[in-house]
Each structure stands twice: as C-alpha cells, then as structure tokens.
Design a protein around this ligand. Structure first.
Ligand SMILES: NC(=O)c1ccc[n+]([C@@H]2O[C@H](COP(=O)([O-])OP(=O)(O)OC[C@H]3O[C@@H](n4cnc5c(N)ncnc54)[C@H](O)[C@@H]3O)[C@@H](O)[C@H]2O)c1
Length: 315
C-alpha cells in the first residue's frame, strides 16, 4: 500500500498527537516535524526518528512530504497553511483555521487553484456518537429537530493566549450545529465577557437561529473548575444526549431510555485516517475548507453581536 509522506508544523500539546498518529497509521509515514521551539522539534523528531526543522519553508521543500498538519498557535495557522499549500502539499489546518475570514478565503482560493485538499480540524465530527445523532436527525428518528444545546466548559488552558474562547472552543460547537442540522443558521446573538483572561473573552453564550424556527444554544467558557463537553439534541419525538469525553450516547423518548454502545475510538486517528483516504482516493473530505470558513464567519458574527448587543443576520 502506498504511504503518504506526512509532516506536522507546530509540535506542542496538540501537534504531538498528530505526529504520533501519522506514525501509527498504515497509510501515512511521518517524514519530518517543525516547531519554532528548537528543543520541542528535536524531542519529537528524536522520538519518531525523523528530521526536525525550525523553519517550515525549509521543511516544505522536501518532496517526500505530501500531507501536512498545521498545529501552530491559532494566530499562525493561516500563514503556515498558506505556505504548505503554496508548496503543493495537502493541508489539514487546525481550528480555527485562521484569525479572520479574509485569511480563510485566501486558503480556500489557493487550495482550489493548486488542486489540493484543504480540511479543518473539527474533531467532533469524527466521534461515532455525533455521526449517529446526525443520521438520526436526517432520518427524522427524533421527529422534527427543535433545538440543540452544547456545553463546553473548563478552566482556562493558559497556553492559549492568542484567541478567545469563541474562536478557540465554541467554534467546535458552531461547526457541530451546522453538521447535525445540515443547514446554516440565519442569525446569531451572543453574550461574551472576560473574568480572568486579560486580552480575550473567556466565556460566551451563543444562540443560533434557523430559517424554520429551530435554534441552537452554545455555552462555552474557561472559568468552570471542571471539564464538561456535552451535546443535547431535542426533537419533537425524542432527545439525544452525547458526552464527547466518554463518547456515551443516550436516547430518550416517551416510552424508553436507550444507551446504544459504541466502542471508544480515538477521534484524531479517525480524522487523520479520513484525511489520508481522501487524498489517496481523491474524495471530498467530511470537513471542507468551506466548513472552516463558515464556522469562522459565525464565530466572528457572535463576537460582533456581543459587542453591539444585538442579533446579527448571517448571509
Ligand atoms: N481540534 C482539536 O480538538 C484541537 C485540540 C487542541 C488544540 N487544537 C488546535 O491546535 C493548535 C495548537 O494548539 P496547542 O494546544 O497544541 O498549542 P501549543 O501552544 O501547545 O502548541 C503550539 C506549538 O506551535 C509552535 N509554533 C507556533 N508558531 C509556529 C510556527 N510559525 N511554525 C512552527 N511552529 C510554531 C509553538 O512553538 C508550539 O510548540 C491551535 O490552533 C488549537 O486551536 C485543536
């Protein structure tokens, strides 16, 4: 089987996992890693027996590299993803994809012009229970979709200092709402604020509304002393609840409570396997560059809504 040459830019908390998984998959072979922090790059490279770089421009000259994960600080993602696309590599860029929609649009344009895959690290879509919820919504197993509420709260991971909780954390749920409804919301209203973070918001409550009246509510913060990541989807006939951490799923209707069991799967492994399959088989990925752009547009509108204290219509 052909193995795709893979590289990772940014080998911090999350990039380490991308590095490990590229080494574990049958369809990829880790070729090199890059981090502006020399010690970090070297430590990872030594662990996996590959070459370490501190300059991505130099690393990207290596023709053995076909796919690249960009896992830098959020404000550097777009610049590094653009370099990789310009070097002819297929790219998985971590969320939030870019600091603003202008940068995200540029990535889409370059990927399209160069005929390259561009996907975004919306990891939740690879959790089996979420795929089950999406199918249930699509097949009306819950009746009509009425609303969905997401809670993604924890203490502030202090290494994140370059974006706020909306673009870092709530963006997962913004994407989830688009994914399970297969639809774009028409307006957003949000309240955000800061308790501890000096530069950015560290809590946000976001409400999305849809054309037919259904709605979604997202609570995310970096001020709760414990970590909760839960989605509840209410339909006219049943309710589904997913715990993203344990991957447990509950279904409740008027007659019974069910708890279908899915074996726990590592979402990142499923995500990178899918990315590799899409490149090898020239398939459209589950998460497209457009999905990344749309989630970022909604996140920006949420921040504008809070600043102006009014609902913002989405185009
Ligand atoms: N999809 C998910 O579930 C998920 C989970 C965690 C983090 N993330 C995303 O992954 C990214 C990294 O997060 P993290 O928690 O690993 O942060 P981190 O600070 O631990 O790691 C970032 C690393 O990138 C390096 N870096 C920064 N700019 C660089 C550049 N231009 N070139 C090379 N290296 C560079 C830093 O030295 C650091 O080692 C963020 O965008 C974050 O949103 C996604």
């Amino acid at each position: 089987m052909k193995k795709l040459g893979a590289a990772v830019i940014g080998t911090g908390f999350w990039g380490k996992n991308h590095t490990r998984v590229y080494g574990e998959l049958d369809s990829t072979e880790l070729v090199a890693v890059c981090d502006v922090n020399r010690e970090r790059a070297k430590a990872m490279a030594n662990q996996f027996g590959v070459k370490a770089y501190t300059s991505s421009s130099r690393m990207l000259k290596n023709e053995a590299i076909e796919v690249v994960s960009v896992c830098t600080w959020s404000t550097k993602l777009a610049k590094e993803a653009l370099k990789a696309l310009n070097a002819g590599k297929h790219v998985l860029v971590e969320k939030p994809m870019a600091t603003n929609t202008k940068q995200a649009k540029k990535l889409l344009a370059v990927a399209e012009k160069n005929g390259l895959h561009l996907t975004v690290g919306f990891l939740m879509r690879f959790i089996p229970g979420l795929q089950h919820i999406r199918e249930a919504v699509e097949n009306k197993k819950l009746g009509e979709l009425v609303c969905a509420t997401a809670k993604r709260v924890s203490q502030w991971p202090e290494r994140i200092g370059d974006v706020g909780v909306v673009k870092d954390t709530a963006i997962h749920d913004i994407d989830v709402m688009r994914y399970i409804s297969s639809e774009d919301p028409i307006s957003v209203y949000a309240k955000t604020g800061s308790m501890r973070h000096r530069t950015f918001e560290d809590y946000a409550q976001i409400m999305l509304t849809y054309e037919d009246g259904k709605s979604a509510f997202i609570e995310s913060n970096w001020i709760t002393p414990y970590k909760t990541r839960i989605l509840t989807v209410t339909g006219s006939e049943a309710i589904m609840k997913l715990d993203y951490i344990t991957q447990e799923l509950w279904i409740e209707d008027a007659k019974e409570n069910l708890q279908p069991r899915f074996p726990w799967r590592e979402p990142l492994k499923l995500e990178l396997q899918h990315f590799a399959d899409c490149v090898l088989e020239k398939k459209k990925p589950v998460v497209t560059g457009v999905d990344g752009l749309k989630a970022l547009e909604i996140a920006e509108a949420a921040l504008r809504s809070s600043a102006k204290n009014k609902a913002i219509k989405l185009e």
